[in-house]
Write a new protein. Structure first.
Length: 258
């Protein structure tokens, strides 16, 4: 049985609420809506930049807080703020490593982006789905808040190069990509910077580790081994199971002392 100790619920997007990279199933949207009506403050925390969160949400939950770029961006009341960005010298060294390994990348600024990866890479279909931004050269981005390596001869070496530079690195072996954020930025660190330290969380991947580890009620979607022993509940990575667990959380809310 769920006993919710928090009135904030944090949701990862891809692989947690969204399973095709484009839309969230109506059953899941309805369950999240029930959670909001039960009095929960909603937070959506994603590896995506805020720009790419908006089309997936499709205008739903306009009062929700948004955390993008694994914590490097936040949006409060529709105002997007860059919390962390790469130093120019460290970014130059990272790009040099990518080029040395004949790789490609997606670099996100607070809104616009630069892309040098393969035109047919699956990640390309998730970039700026709403046509809200511009694809520019890397030098035209005033700040780079997130860097995704999408190709390279030695991805493991590239991941280690990012770590050696003191960056937050998540190497997604199943997708063949390396997600790099500046410094030690994480979703959980961004959440605490907003003054939220009691919350429920839903996540599916290694970049949700700290988020789930520090949650009052943590739900793992799917079976990522890196999250073993962290979540209180594990549900199947499919809309019906996720919607059911969110609905259970919403139904448990009246028992919370406020």
């Amino acid at each position: 049985m769920i006993i919710s100790c928090a009135r904030t619920t944090v949701f990862d997007i891809d692989g947690t609420l969204c399973f095709d990279g484009r839309v969230i199933d109506d059953r899941v949207l309805d369950a999240v809506g029930a959670c909001e009506r039960a009095g929960h403050r909603l937070v959506f925390a994603s590896a995506r930049p805020v720009r790419d969160l908006l089309p997936v949400l499709g205008g739903a939950f306009p009062s929700a807080l948004l955390i993008g770029g694994n914590g490097s961006l936040v949006s409060v009341g529709g105002q997007v703020t860059a919390r962390a960005s790469f130093r120019r010298e460290e970014l130059a060294r990272l790009v040099a490593e990518v080029e040395r390994h004949q790789g490609g990348y997606l670099a996100d600024g607070p809104w616009d982006y630069a892309y040098t990866g393969p035109a047919d890479h699956p990640i390309r279909s998730r970039v700026d789905q709403g046509g809200l931004a511009r694809g520019v050269r890397l030098a035209e981005l005033s700040d780079v808040v997130k860097f995704l390596v999408v190709a390279g001869r030695d991805m493991a070496a590239l991941a280690e190069a990012g770590r050696a530079l003191g960056m937050s690195v998540n190497h997604h072996l199943d997708e063949g990509i390396i997600d790099v954020a500046p410094g030690r930025t994480t979703k959980w660190e961004a959440l605490t910077s907003l003054g939220i330290d009691e919350y429920n969380a839903f996540g599916n991947d290694i970049n949700d580790l700290d988020l789930l580890r520090n949650a009052r009620h943590a739900v793992r979607v799917g079976a990522h081994a890196g999250l073993d022993g962290v979540a209180h509940v594990t549900v199947a990575a499919e809309p019906e199971a996720v919607a059911a667990e969110i609905s259970r959380l919403a139904a448990a809310t009246p028992a919370v002392a406020v």
